[in-house]
Design a protein around this ligand. Structure first.
Ligand code: IMP
Length: 193
């Protein structure tokens, strides 16, 4: 089965490819070169559907898109769908610095957060979606060189290091994206039977 992956984020492509490559044989990932849809949804699902629908309309091939972000409990779930541009532009360093300064010296037990990923799949058989949640907390300073986005300031539940200090294989085995993909893979396997 061919699937178009509708994202320009090279890190996501690498992570999705690594996870899917191991899990699904014959799943082919293509680069997307169609028009750029406006992500003006009000939820992860709406935004993921906007991107997957645009890719499907352009290619005619079953398309998947993810929308993800970090939800910080004490901020009422923000940055959430605004994670990529939290500090105004698509600047990961500025986004992290802003979030760290917003939390200031809030105590560890009140720094709960979760990465959330919703994957939408749009094709001739209709639309479906899968959501993965990776709980943890926001660190007080940056650590680690791996990953992207908020990884250097996210400490996953059960760890005392940030997601950016984990080996990519470790992150890819438990992340919000991995959890959503696991569901997608089960779904694809079930409909292939
Ligand atoms: P999207 O491309 O609209 O889904 O934006 C997602 C944004 O959420 C990214 O730009 C990152 O800032 C953040 N994000 C999502 N997943 C991760 C992750 O696995 N690690 C770190 N940051 C992430």
């Amino acid at each position: 089965m061919q699937i178009v992956l509708a994202t320009h984020n090279a890190h996501k492509v690498t992570e999705l490819g690594a996870i899917l490559g191991a899990a699904v044989e014959g799943l082919e990932l293509l680069g997307y070169d169609g028009p750029e849809p406006v992500e003006d949804g009000t939820s992860y699902l709406e935004n993921a559907l906007i991107k997957a629908r645009a890719a499907y309309a352009h290619t005619g091939v079953t398309s998947m898109a993810d929308d993800s972000g970090i939800a910080v409990e004490i901020l009422g779930g923000s940055p959430g769908i605004f994670s990529a541009r939290w500090a105004g532009g698509r600047d990961n360093v500025a986004n992290r610095q802003l979030l760290l300064s917003q939390l200031g010296d809030v105590a560890q037990e009140h720094r709960a957060a979760a990465f959330v990923c919703t994957i939408a799949l749009v094709g001739p058989d209709g639309e479906t979606s899968f959501t993965g949640i990776w709980p943890g907390r926001v660190a007080t300073e940056e650590h680690g060189e791996h990953g992207f986005g908020y990884d250097p300031i996210f400490i996953p539940e059960g760890f005392e290091v940030t997601a950016a200090e984990l080996e990519p294989e470790v992150k890819n085995s438990m992340s919000h994206r991995a959890l959503a993909l696991e569901q997608l893979v089960s779904y694809l396997n079930a409909i292939a039977e």
